[in-house]
Each structure stands twice: as C-alpha cells, then as structure tokens.
Design a binder for this molecule. Sequence first.
Ligand code: HEM
Length: 185
Amino acid sequence: MSTLPFDPSSSHAAEKVHAEIERVIGKDRPPRYEDRKSMPYTDAVVHEIQRFGNVLPSNLLHQTKEDTTFRGYHLPKGTPVIPLLTSVLFDKTQWETPYEFNPGHFLDAEGRFVKKDAFLPFSAGRRACVGETLAKMELFLFFTALLQRFRFHPPQGIRSEDLGLSSLPGLTNLPRPYELCAAVC
Ligand code: HEM
C-alpha cells in the first residue's frame, strides 16, 4: 500500500498544464494526440502521474520457462518471478526525487520532454502490456480534455493536503474515494 505524502507542487503543475493547453489547443476544439508533441509539460505530467501513481506495483506473476542464471542466482525452470515495477519507478539512482511528484523527471533544462529508461509502468519484454499505445493515447486525451474544461479542487473546508495519497490495499494501487469539485474554466 502506498503511503506517499501529498505534494503541493501538483497544484502548480495543474496551472502550468492549463496554460499549455490554452497556448497550444485553446478552447474551440478538442485535444488531438498529435498535440502531445507541442505540449512537453503536459506530456511530462501525464508520465509523472503514471510513475508516481504506480498502478500495478508488483506487476503480474511470471515464471522462468527454462533453467536460468541471473546475477549469480540459479533459477530452475518454472520458478515464479515477481518483477516489481516499484523497484524501477522509485529507483533513487534513476529519479532525482523518487518520492515526490515532479514532472521535471521528464523534462530537460530547456523544458523539452525526455524519455526515461526506468519509466516502465507497462512492464518490459515480450509479455509487456499489449495495450500500451492505446492506454497512452487515452491518458493524454482524457487528461487534456478534462483540464481544458475544468479546474479541479477539493470541496470547501477541505485542504488538498488532507486528501492524502494512500491507496486501497490490493494488487493495484487504487485511490481511496474522495469528493472533488470541478469548476468550469
Ligand atoms: C494505464 C493503463 C495500463 C497500464 C499501466 C497497464 C499495465 C500493464 C502491465 C504492467 C501488464 C503486465 C505485463 C507483464 O506481465 O510483464 C499488463 C498486461 C496486459 N495489458 Fe495492460 N496496462 C494498461 C492498459 C491496458 C489496455 C488499455 C489494454 C487493452 C486494450 C491492456 C491489455 C493488457 C493485456 C492483454 C496484458 C497481458 C499481456 C500478456 O500477458 O502478454 N492494458 N498491462
């Protein structure tokens, strides 16, 4: 179960995304996937949400299909293997601030989007997620379409910090139920 603290930089990130949507798409048309190339900050935020959200921390169960030696360990054929995605998505040798929400993980000094080898929310290898391309398109389009129309904030009397980021226990990191206001922008 994830127990990450709330990071106030996420609300600053939302404002920057609103500004980028305004500059590149405006209000008169829906977002297109091609817009992503002109929206490095939004692209970085979507990636960081996936990294930080760590939706499937333990990945799916695999097993060795033949006798295998890995880093000096002998794994006989049929050994169950759990390739923990958390170990790469929060690897302190790969991410500047692994336990903070930081879109800068995917941006260079000039604000251009940079790919990261350790970004593996869809796993790796032959059995990696077959829906990766579709999922990436959906995430970008739904996220930009929502932030094009709405500003999201907690109900009156509740501070963003109080929402917390701990997840419900289970195979996936599911968010806890909470109330959210959407103000038309
Ligand atoms: C944000 C969205 C998604 C995430 C983070 C995600 C992540 C993953 C992960 C980590 C695996 C396990 C890979 C492994 O065993 O090494 C997986 C498997 C799979 N995913 Fe996704 N997935 C997403 C969306 C989708 C969508 C939209 C589809 C279908 C349209 C899909 C279809 C599949 C299938 C069929 C497998 C099993 C692949 C196999 O065992 O060969 N996923 N996904």
